[in-house]
Design a protein around this ligand. Sequence first.
Ligand SMILES: [Zn+2]
Length: 228
Amino acid sequence: MKPCLATFLLLLCIIHIPSTARADCNYTTYYHGDCNSMKIAITVDDLYEPVNLKRILDLCLKYDIRVTFFTLGIVIHPENAALWQRIVDEGHEIGNHTYGHLNITDMTDEQFKHQLTITQDALNAVLREPYTMRLFRPPYGRYNRYGCVRKLKELGYPYMILWSVGLEDVQRTYKSVKGGSIILFHTNWQDVKCLEENLPKLLDAGFEPVTVSELLDLPPAMETKAGE
Ligand SMILES: [Zn+2]
């Protein structure tokens, strides 16, 4: 065996990257979890409609499940503080989706950092205590790995979360879901109705909805920070 090939194979053994993930330069991108598991992650983006956010929280409470919300900063208002507190108190997870739902592929590093920081600040303010987000989802799922996202880990977001069941599948979600699926929903009424209709079917089929961090078995936040 040629020395360079042997070195390459050795490196492959040493650098263990989960098969569900793709390691980019400075963060890890996930589209789904372990396909051999019955765990799935329901994710809800944007959160423009507080009334429907409440409906989703009530649904989760009814079926005793936890989901992951990727929030914009612009939707976090003090008058809805009780809803944000419910998200945390009821065991759900919150990730950063930028402040204003802008396409990040055109952003400078500084603009990107600002979008993440002001969203984190808005969340801390409404919760009246720090809640450290570490998951990031780019608006529209658009990113350029050589663009500002290469700074993600540096900015405290080691994990970029995309999805495997998306908008185009939303009307047939039940059929599209497999073990390990990360499912994308929004708080518009069509998506909430779809979730209300499909969640009981998914549970009956044996799927176990969990947060993204649990699906991907991500280390606790403190552990992540300490390892950096
Ligand atoms: Zn979005």
